[in-house]
Design a binder for this molecule. Sequence first.
Ligand code: NAG
Ligand code: NAG
Length: 358
Amino acid sequence: MKRRYNNRKPKNAGDSARKVELEKEEIKKCSSVVKNKWLLRVGTAFLALFIVYLSVPFVLYCFPWIVGHLVYSHSFRIPFVDLSHPEDFSLNHTVNFYLTPEEGITVGVWQTVPDNQWQKAQGKDLEWYKESLKDSTPVIVYLHGNMGTRALSHRVELIKVLSAAGFNVLTMDYRGYGDSTGQPSEAGMTADAVYLYRWVKAYSGSSSVCLWGHSLGSGVATNAALKLQSDGFPVDCVILEAPFTNIYEEAAARNMVYWMFPGFENFIRYTLALNNLSFPNDENLKTLRSHLLLLHAEDDNIVPFHMSQKLYHIAKDAKNKHVRMETYTQSLGYSHNGIYRDPQLSRKIWQFLQLLQK
Ligand SMILES: *[C@@H]1O[C@H](CO)[C@@H](O)[C@H](O)[C@H]1NC(C)=O
Ligand SMILES: *[C@@H]1O[C@H](CO)[C@@H](O)[C@H](O)[C@H]1NC(C)=O
């Protein structure tokens, strides 16, 4: 094209007009080439998106365990943390021990006594700690969320707050987490929590024992509480910190481009079901009769605040007479992991526990 144009040398006015005409034509052609290139790019981008769109579900379909790993995130942990030395995390009134919820599975547990006993606790063994469960101070069994171990800082901070408030606190790494053996599963984690609760109850005499579940642990807590209730051992009280309604709605609350694609939501539902994952807090609260306290921050960026509101109404509608909810305003900035920073937390927990005596 270029050559043809160069070869036509304008000689007069007519040629000059012809030149302008040719230039116009050139510009038109060029712009159509540019347009075509642009269309090609958009097309390629769409194709790439389409391939990603197809391949993500395909990969998840072929390896559904990936979804399980994302939910539990038990592989994400800080290496070289020695969980057998709780004093390394400035828990100097804590004993580390292991329980066997079922054959072949051992789970790592910490028990922290009320911190006014920290001096007495020095050098004591598990027997002494077990005895301390009897002294009628309330016991809190803390069920942590996904990712990491019982030594994550917001977990340790909460243990310190509860211990300073005068509670005996037990926390565990479910199977597959931390130094515990096995692989996590909803049924397995629930069994671990049920086992720990009953273990505590065997030593705690008249002390009340609460299940406290944070985030994914809220699902473990209500599953375990319901199981214990149907086995004839209703749990004294359940505290849910930043709980979700169920694992499907929590997954759907993740900000992902895939929700734009039709069918993806059903697909995720299907993959979660393949992993036997449901953690149905909403269903569980319809039948749970334990005293219930919900704690949620409005600015929670992991589990939306409205999920606790929904749970609160479900429990109320189910005629659970003992339901309370604590809301933390956005301005406090507690978000998903920071409720331990509430200076009034221990007072609120004590008030809630006082209702148990009534
Ligand atoms: C042990 O822990 C208690 C409670 O957290 C604290 O008050 C005390 O100062 C600690 N003692 C030592 C020696 O670190
Ligand atoms: C889900 O549960 C079924 C039936 O109990 C079991 O056969 C299957 O292996 C489980 N799947 C996973 C991923 O745990």
